[in-house]
Design a protein around this ligand. Sequence first.
Ligand SMILES: C[S@@+](CC[C@H](N)C(=O)[O-])C[C@H]1O[C@@H](n2cnc3c(N)ncnc32)[C@H](O)[C@@H]1O
Length: 235
Amino acid sequence: MGPTMDVASVQRAYRRWAPVYDLTFGRIAEAGRLHAVEIINRRKGSVLEVGVGTGLSLPRYAEHLQITGVDLSPDMLGKAQERVEEKGLSNVVGLYEMDAGALAFEDESFDTVVAMYVMTVVPDPELVMAELERVCAPGGEVLLVNHFSEEEGVRGWIERKMEPLAATLGWRPVFPVDRVLGSAGLRLAEKRSLRPAGLFTMLRFVKQPELVADRKIKHDVVGAMPSYKPAEARG
Ligand SMILES: C[S@@+](CC[C@H](N)C(=O)[O-])C[C@H]1O[C@@H](n2cnc3c(N)ncnc32)[C@H](O)[C@@H]1O
C-alpha cells in the first residue's frame, strides 16, 4: 500500500511545498481545477472544498456560492487566507485547519463537496470518501480531481518506480481508481480524462442515500436465508 502518509509527514511535505506550490504543481494542475469549478459554478448553495491548499480555486468560484475550505497544512491554509483577503472574496465563508478523515461538520451540511488532488495524499482514502459522502446533502454532488495510476504501460512503470518517493513528494504515485469507487451512497455520474495528456481524471458522483438502503435490503435478504444443513443434521 506504499508508505504511510500520516498527519506529520503531510504537514512537513506541504510546509516545503507552500512557498513554491502555485508556480509548480499548482500550475500543472490548473486545467483540472478549472474544469471542476466550472461544473460547480452551475450549481447552487454551499460548497465544501477539502484540501483547499493555497486556495488557487477560490477566486474562480461564482459569487452566488458559499465556499468553505479545509486543509491539514497550516502553511497552505495561510496562503489561502492571504488570497481571500487580497482579493476580497466575500463568498468564502470559512477556512479551517481540519483533517479530511474527520470533518467537524454535521451530516448533509453541503450541496457540493469537492476534493482536488487530495485523495492521493490522505492516509486513508476510503475513510475520506465516507466523510465526503456523509457531509454531502442527499441529491448533492461530490467531485474529485485526481491522478489515478495505471497497472500497465510506461506510465504504470514510472509510477511504481516513483512510489518510494511518496513521503517526499507529498502524494502517492501508485493509486488505482478503485480506491475511491466503494462508497455505497455515491453514484458515479461522470468520469472525464483531463489535460495535460490525460494525467488527471475528474469524477463526479451524485449522493443517493436510497442506494445504501437498496444494498442493505439485498444484504438482509441474503442474511435471512436459512443456512444449508447436511442431511444427517436435519435428522
Ligand atoms: C496537491 S495539494 C492540492 C491543493 C488544492 N486542492 C489544489 O488544487 O491546488 C494537496 C492538499 O491536500 C492537503 N491535505 C493532505 N492531507 C489532508 C487531510 N488528511 N486533510 C485535509 N487536507 C489534507 C495538503 O495539505 C495539500 O494542501
